[in-house]
Design a protein around this ligand. Sequence first.
Ligand code: MTE
Ligand code: MO
Length: 207
Amino acid sequence: MENTAPRSRIVSPDTLRGTPADRTPPGQQLTRKWPVLHYGSVPKIKPFDPEWSLRFFGLCDDPYELSYQDILDLPTVDIVCDMHCVTHWSRLNNVFTGVPIAPLIARAKPKPNVRFVLCHSEAGFTTNVPLKEFIADDCILAYRWEGKELTPEHGWPLRGLVPSLYLWKSAKWLRGIELRATDAPGFWEQGGYHMHGDPWKEERFGW
Ligand SMILES: Nc1nc2c(c(=O)[nH]1)N[C@H]1C(S)=C(S)[C@@H](COP(=O)(O)O)O[C@H]1N2
Ligand SMILES: [Mo]
């Protein structure tokens, strides 16, 4: 069962920039399809098994874990946003549903010097995001897209969503969020992708 209380709708700042052309960052082409991109194979996940949890840990006073049911019980928001992939496609007007990230981070009581998070997914995938961008109003832990459950290839049961950055910063199959004082390159970043990944500045590769 899932929380069905009425929810609010948040439009990402980049989605309010104007015409589709105004909303297309440099070097990007618009697509209507939603391509699937990731390293390795789609993991088979049983989120209601006791082994599955989402952990908040690292530099904080109150590390904790949530079960998938705990997450489904939390109030949700709808996010209207554009997606920009570093491989040059952008898809406008996506509606994702999920749980706002900022209160979940606050609940762990981060130490005052926390500046970055490292998202941890199934099979060791990681990606780093500055805390400030990760707790923006349009960042959620998403489990629905266009009203339907996310498909496994797009990250079901749970993916991060950070609309202000290239899509590789939105980790699929999320299992943990590590609070950190210092930045550390994640999986694609170790392979040469940018530490920050702002699509408007074309922060694709290199640090
Ligand atoms: N766990 C995990 N999440 C991931 C990746 C990955 O390899 N593993 N790839 C990233 C990359 S490079 C992109 S472009 C987006 C693609 O999301 P999509 O397949 O839903 O379009 O997922 C991101 N999240
Ligand atoms: Mo990507």
